[in-house]
Write a new protein. Structure first.
Length: 400
């Protein structure tokens, strides 16, 4: 006879589907956003026995009517048709009209599966069939705009799922959604889709480098707080430079994200979980460790009754993303306590950014209005890295 299921055991959904590996560069050119990314994550989880402890799900294609909640008909038509035979001779030219996009014969199916997967697991978590879930999908989504593919993203997977819960499944009682975008790049597409919508609190923490880091411009600035009824429901935490790590992210968690999440009281949390702020990522230049990600996630589990859906966005070092997702899966499974430690203090610039963000948002979120205690401020910060004209990193000591 089978042992009875432990009622405290967490039901964690884990979605992976090999068909999402068929989206690849057309002539086998190397590219950071390649099929090995999700394969490496899956292999790592398998080698650690994670799938056996989860509810494993295969991907399903999203329906056009759900994609249409956030994308235009012309964009949907393009992504639907781009892999068909008639487009064989035009694919390269069409891709070149977009910013950082490639297409091949597998792109349409992968894009529909990625979006459909996030919809599927989000619905199951919202219903309570699952406690939480991880969707290991590609192509990623958070740069995709309503009418445009961009930054390796075709459909905005997380935005589609959020809109699906709010508009297509009102009976599930999901009225407020917190989207936490910890990909190292600003989630421009998601921000724009919910900019006037108070039902979605969009929080993005990203390298900004004063507007020079991808996707570049002013969109990722802390001044972008939302508009109309959505004013106060868009929060950007823009790093001034690279090298940010566990201490910096956790300081933002403690002094911005968690107080806001507490007041907002979301019904579910969707994480745009890029792992390109991980240590050794070739694009991000930041240094979050697997332990750092696990703490960031753990601290979010205190909200929305632990209803959390993690969706892969970026992340380009195969070992880093595999180890980071593994650490997060262990947190969701709640099987044993986390072990690790954070060795350094946040940068001086981190405290500056935290204060700027708190100042900008304090009229909307009273919890941010109180002055930070003097002992956590500049005295506590470590010098910031500055790059000279030759790309050398120096450390800037303030006011000597
Ligand atoms: N100078 C994601 O992480 N870089 N996308 C282009 C052009 C594009 C990243 C650099 C980075 C896109 C999902
Ligand atoms: Zn990214």
């Amino acid at each position: 006879m089978e042992a009875p299921e432990d009622p405290r055991r967490r039901r964690v959904g884990l979605l992976y589907d090999e068909r999402m590996c068929r989206h690849a560069t057309p002539d086998g050119e190397s590219h950071p956003e390649n099929p090995e990314r999700i394969r490496a994550i899956w292999l790592k989880l398998e080698s650690e026995g994670i799938p056996q402890r989860c509810v494993v799900l295969r991907a399903k294609e999203a329906e056009d009517k759900y994609i249409a909640l956030v994308h235009t008909q012309s964009h949907i038509k393009l992504i639907r048709n781009i892999s068909s035979k008639e487009f064989d001779s035009q694919r390269l030219r069409i891709a070149s009209k977009f910013n950082s996009i490639y297409f091949n014969k597998g792109s349409s199916e992968a894009a529909y599966l990625a979006a459909g997967s996030v919809v599927e697991v989000s619905e199951k978590v919202a219903k309570g069939d699952l406690d939480s879930a991880i969707a290991i999908v590609r192509p990623p989504g958070h740069h995709a705009e309503s009418d445009e593919a961009m930054g390796f993203c075709l459909f905005n997977n997380v935005a589609i799922a959020a809109n699906f819960l709010l508009n297509e499944r009102p009976e599930l009682g999901i009225r407020k959604i917190l989207i936490v975008d910890w990909d190292v790049h600003h989630g421009n597409g998601t921000q724009n889709m919910f900019y006037k919508d108070p039902r979605v609190l969009f929080f993005s923490i990203h390298r900004f480098d004063f507007g020079s880091f991808y996707p570049a411009g002013d969109g990722g600035s802390y001044c972008m707080v939302g508009e109309g009824a959505g004013a106060g429901y868009n929060i950007n935490v823009p790093w001034e430079h690279g090298q940010c790590g566990d201490a910096d992210y956790l300081a933002v968690w403690d002094h911005v994200l968690l107080p806001v999440a507490e007041s907002y009281n979301p019904d579910i949390i969707l994480i745009s979980a890029g792992f390109d702020a991980a240590v050794r990522d070739p694009l991000g230049g930041c240094c979050i460790t697997p332990y750092g990600y696990s703490l960031m996630l753990k601290k979010l589990m205190g909200f929305a009754q632990g209803k959390i859906v993690m969706t892969l966005e970026g992340g380009y070092n195969l070992n880093s993303i595999a180890n980071s997702v593994l650490a997060c899966a262990k947190v969701l499974l709640e099987e044993k306590p986390l072990v690790g430690s954070i060795e350094v203090q946040p940068f001086e610039s981190t405290w500056r950014v935290i204060q700027e963000v708190r100042h900008e948002l304090k009229t909307f979120w009273p919890a941010l209005a109180v002055e930070l205690p003097q002992n956590v401020l500049a005295s506590n910060g470590r010098p910031c890295p500055v790059e000279d004209a030759h790309g050398w990193l120096w450390f800037k000591f303030a006011d000597f």
